[in-house]
Design a protein around this ligand. Structure first.
Ligand SMILES: *Cc1c(COP(=O)(O)O)cnc(C)c1O
Length: 355
């Protein structure tokens, strides 16, 4: 149990108009902060007014990117309750990322307590309009004032919160994506499995290239064979080929083990829809499309839940999927997961946790 000190703001901010929230633009009144040193371990857990933090220019995070993060949401139900969706999955993943980046772990129950406490402090910021939620961004940064290359001895763990708008305010629009043949986002033995800011820095160039071609996201291929599909943008990816749902397996360690990915797999199994976690090559997907067997493609992640893919572009080959419309399996998964998250349908999977 953490003994969290709470210092409330004297100047609460005006809440943004819920119809204009967007994503990651508005931040709440408070944040959670906890420090680490080798002598003290994690210490001084506190909730303080949201605001700038002061670091030396030599702080290690600025030079060697020893940083990691998580992303999850709090949802307001029709009865006004606030609930989290499978928070322990995010918390366990954060600790797995800590291990990969030589950052000291935080006991899972302490992280859950911190998330609950800061969300509860800013509970009035959890929006209630259809499709809106409170995005929760926990992150850890290395703060040693040193340019030596080694794991830091001091860290800050911070949780910030932002009310976010409905991802699909204008309806679920399938996106156009393009296969990236030059750049890769990770290689076997790298940090593909970790939720590290550095992965995002390395992926920006591919994203920029896609946008210049008029595509919303990149389909990443594996770094060794340049053949097997890893992820789409910063989402996990699924294909429905001839009635079977296939998704890249976690085995190679290239892929971020998404909470939404796992939820989709569990629901598909429960419904008796065949689902396979295995290598999926780009050639298999192109071949399936050619034979009229590529029924659906979609990305999964906390922000969008399900993001249907309407067009896949590769080297001049434009492949339209399901007539640029959301397919039945994508739709069923979207309705089931969002139904549980906002408390519209009974939570038979026991996935929600009240704040
Ligand atoms: C966060 C993330 C995902 C999605 O994970 P969820 O837990 O479903 O939000 C997928 N891929 C990458 C690279 C990510 O960073």
């Amino acid at each position: 149990m953490l003994d969290i000190r709470i210092e409330r703001t004297a100047n609460p901010k005006e809440k943004p108009d819920t119809s204009k929230l967007g994503f990651g633009k508005h931040f709440t009144d408070h944040m959670f902060v906890m420090d680490y040193s080798t002598d003290k371990g994690w210490y001084d857990p506190r909730i303080v007014p949201y605001g700038p933090i002061s670091l030396e220019p030599s702080a290690m995070v600025f030079h060697y990117a020893q940083e990691l993060f998580e992303g999850m949401k709090a949802y307001r139900t029709a009865e006004g309750k606030i609930q989290l969706f499978r928070p322990m999955k995010n918390i366990e993943r954060m600790n797995a990322t800590c291990d990969r980046l030589c950052v000291p772990r935080i006991p899972s129950e302490d992280t859950l307590q911190a998330i609950r406490a800061v969300v509860d402090t800013d509970k009035d910021w959890v929006p209630s309009a259809e499709g809106t939620s409170l995005y929760i961004r926990p992150f850890i940064i290395a703060t040693d004032e040193s340019l030596g290359v080694h794991p830091s001895h001091t860290y800050k763990f911070i949780i910030i919160l932002c009310p976010v708008g409905s991802y699909y305010a204008a309806g679920i629009n399938p996106v156009k994506i393009c296969v990236e043949r030059d750049y890769v986002r990770c290689v076997k033995g790298g940090t593909g499995r970790a939720k590290a800011g550095g992965n995002y820095a390395a992926s920006l160039i591919g994203q920029q290239k896609a946008e210049q071609l008029g595509y919303a996201q990149v389909l990443w291929l594996d770094g060794i064979h340049r053949k097997y599909i890893d992820e789409v943008g910063a989402m996990n990816v699924f294909f429905v080929i001839d009635g079977v749902v296939v998704t890249p397996s976690l085995e190679d360690g290239n892929i971020l083990p998404g909470v939404t990915r796992d939820s989709c797999i569990q629901l598909l199994k429960k419904w008796g829809i065949p689902v396979e976690e295995r290598h999926v090559s780009i050639d298999e997907v192109i071949e399936a499309h050619k034979n009229g067997k590529l029924d659906e493609a979609f990305g999964t992640g906390t922000a969008a839940v399900i993001s249907p893919v309407g067009e896949l572009f590769d080297n001049g080959n434009k492949m339209i999927i399901n007539n640029m419309e959301i397919g039945p399996i994508s739709h069923k998964l979207y309705d089931a997961i969002t139904g549980i998250q906002w408390g519209k349908t009974p939570d038979e999977m026991n996935w929600t946790v009240e704040v």
